[in-house]
Design a protein around this ligand. Structure first.
Ligand SMILES: [Zn+2]
Length: 461
C-alpha cells in the first residue's frame, strides 16, 4: 500500500497553535501531515484558498434528548445543527433524555441511540444525583467525560437535584472515580423565595423570570460549589454562568488552587433582556439572560481570560412547551448548537475592536471553542487541534463573510432564536474524520456516522 493521502485540503490558512498556510493531508480519517503548498499529492482534493481551516469545535454542553424526548430534538437533527455550525464533537448532557444517564445501562442506551443517528462524534456526560460510588464506577469505566449535578431543581422529575448535605460527599466520590463534575449553580432556596415574591405579585411576563433568579442566586451557588470542591479535592466545571458577579467566586477559588473551569453560552453573549421581552419563552433559560451591561461584561471577562470556554447548552423542546402565556410555565432552554461558532466569532470581532487581526481572532475563538474544552474533558489531542495524528475534524471558515441565518437553513426541531440574526464569519464546509458532513453549496448525502469518543483522561495544558 502506498502512503499517499486520501484527501488534501489545499490553500487554507491553518488556525491551530498559530496561523500558517499549509496543505492538510488526510489518510484513513486522520491528519497525516501538514505540508507546504503543493508538496504532496492525494487521491482527492478540496480547494480551500481564501478560507481558514479550523479544528472542529467541541461543544461541551448539549441536550439532544434521545432516547425519550426525541420529538424535542434527537441525534439526527441535533447533530445536523452542530455540523452546519462547525461543531464536530458534542458532549451530551445526561438529562432530558429518558432514562437519564445515571448508570452503565442508561449510558449504553444513549450511546447506541447516538451511534445510530448522529453525524458528529460525541462524548457522554453521566449524572450525579447522590453519592453512590457504584454507578460512578460504571460511568467512569465506560468513558464518561464527567458527571453533571444540579444545585437547584433540574426542570425534569427524573433528574433530582443534589441535596446540600450530599454536595461534599458526592464531589469526593466523583473525585475518587476520576470524574470531573459539571455543576448547575443556582441556589434553590433563593430561587424559591424570589419566585414566590415575583409570582405573588401576579407577574408572568418575561422580565418576571429574570427577577425570579437574580445574580445573587448564582453568586451564592458558585461560591458554595467552589468551597465544596476544595474541601472534597474535586475537579469541577461551572456550566452556563450568566451573572458577571459569579466569576468573582471562581477567581477566588483559583487563587486557592481549586481545579475549576467555567463556561458561558452564546445566548448570554448575544442577547439581552430587551431581546427576551421580544422573543418571550424562546429565550427562557436558567440562569436567565440578563441586561446589556451584564452581557458586555461577559465579553470583557472572556477577552480577559476569566471564562474558559463557550458551549451552546443547546436545549430545545416541542413548540407547544414554548407557547406564549405564563413565562413560568414554559420550558427553559435555548437552541444554539448551530450558531455557537458564528455568534462567538462575530461577537469577538465586535468587542475586541481593532485589537486583533482576523487570524488572531480565529485563534482566540478556536482555543475557547475547540482546544480548551477538548483538553478539559480528556479528548485532546485527538480532538481540538489540527496536528499530525489528530482526527481530521476540520472546518473551512470564511472570516469575512457577512450573512443572516435563514429559517430554512436552521436544523433544530425546536425554535431557533438566531433565525434572522446577522453574523460575521461563516462555515463553508465541515469534515469529521476526513468525511464531509456539511457543505453550504450542496446537501451532503450519506454523511459519516458519529463515533463515541471516550473522555476523562486529562491531557496537560
Ligand atoms: Zn444544560
Amino acid at each position: 500500500m502506498s502512503d499517499r493521502a486520501d484527501l488534501a485540503i489545499r490553500g487554507a490558512i491553518v488556525i491551530s497553535d498559530g496561523a500558517y498556510p499549509r496543505d492538510v493531508l488526510i489518510r484513513e480519517g486522520r491528519i497525516s501531515a501538514l505540508v507546504e503548498a503543493g508538496a504532496a499529492s492525494a487521491a482527492r482534493e478540496i480547494d480551500a484558498r481564501g478560507l481558514l481551516a479550523l479544528p472542529g469545535m467541541v461543544d461541551a454542553h448539549v441536550h439532544f434528548n434521545e432516547p425519550g424526548r426525541t420529538d424535542w430534538e434527537g441525534w439526527s437533527s441535533g447533530s445536523r445543527a452542530a455540523a452546519a455550525g462547525g461543531t464536530t464533537t458534542v458532549l451530551d448532557m445526561p438529562l432530558n433524555s429518558v432514562p437519564p444517564v445515571l448508570d452503565g445501562a442508561s449510558f449504553d442506551m444513549k450511546k447506541a441511540a447516538a451511534e445510530n443517528a448522529s453525524i458528529v462524534d460525541f462524548g457522554l456526560w453521566g449524572g450525579l444525583v447522590d453519592a453512590d460510588p457504584a454507578s460512578l464506577g460504571e460511568l467512569a469505566e465506560r468513558g464518561a467525560v464527567g458527571v453533571k449535578a444540579f444545585l437547584c431543581d433540574s426542570g425534569v422529575a427524573e433528574f433530582p437535584a443534589l441535596h446540600e448535605q450530599d454536595l461534599v460527599p458526592a464531589l469526593r466520590a466523583a473525585a475518587n472515580a476520576g470524574l470531573v463534575v459539571a455543576l448547575h449553580c443556582e441556589d434553590e432556596t433563593l430561587v424559591r423565595e424570589a419566585t414566590a415574591r415575583v409570582r405573588g405579585g401576579g407577574r408572568h411576563d418575561a422580565a418576571a423570570w429574570v427577577q425570579s433568579r437574580p445574580p445573587l442566586v448564582e453568586v451564592r451557588a458558585v461560591a458554595a460549589a467552589c468551597a465544596a470542591a476544595r474541601e472534597a479535592g474535586a475537579r469541577i466545571h461551572i456550566v452556563h454562568v450568566s451573572a458577571i458577579e459569579a466569576l468573582g467566586a471562581v477567581g477566588a477559588a483559583r487563587e486557592m488552587g481549586t481545579d475549576v473551569t467555567v463556561e458561558t453560552c452564546p445566548h448570554y453573549l448575544t442577547f439581552d433582556d430587551d431581546d427576551l421581552a421580544r422573543h418571550g419563552a424562546a429565550l427562557k433559560c436558567a440562569p436567565p439572560i440578563r441586561d446589556a451591561r451584564n452581557r458586555d461584561g461577559l465579553w470583557r471577562a472572556m477577552l480577559q481570560g476569566k471564562i474558559d470556554f463557550v458551549a451552546s447548552d443547546h436545549s430545545p423542546c416541542s413548540r407547544e412547551l414554548k407557547a406564549p402565556g405564563d413565562i413560568f410555565g414554559a420550558w427553559g432552554g435555548v437552541a444554539g448548537a448551530q450558531s455557537l461558532l458564528s455568534a462567538v466569532f462575530s461577537g469577538v470581532a465586535t468587542h475586541a475592536g481593532g485589537a486583533l487581526d482576523m487570524r488572531k481572532l480565529a485563534g482566540f475563538v478556536v482555543w475557547r471553542l475547540a482546544a480548551r474544552p477538548a483538553k478539559r474533558f480528556g479528548l485532546w489531542p485527538r480532538k481540538g487541534t489540527i496536528s499530525q495524528g489528530s482526527d481530521a475534524d476540520i472546518v473551512l471558515f470564511d472570516p469575512d463573510r457577512e450573512w443572516t441565518l435563514d429559517g430554512a437553513a436552521s436544523q433544530t426541531r425546536g425554535i431557533d432564536p438566531y433565525v434572522g440574526r446577522s453574523f460575521r464569519g461563516k462555515v463553508v464546509r465541515t469534515l469529521v474524520r476526513g468525511r464531509t458532513i456539511y457543505n453550504e453549496r450542496e446537501t451532503v448525502t450519506n454523511p459519516a456516522r458519529g463515533r463515541f469518543i471516550r473522555g476523562g483522561e486529562v491531557a496537560e495544558g
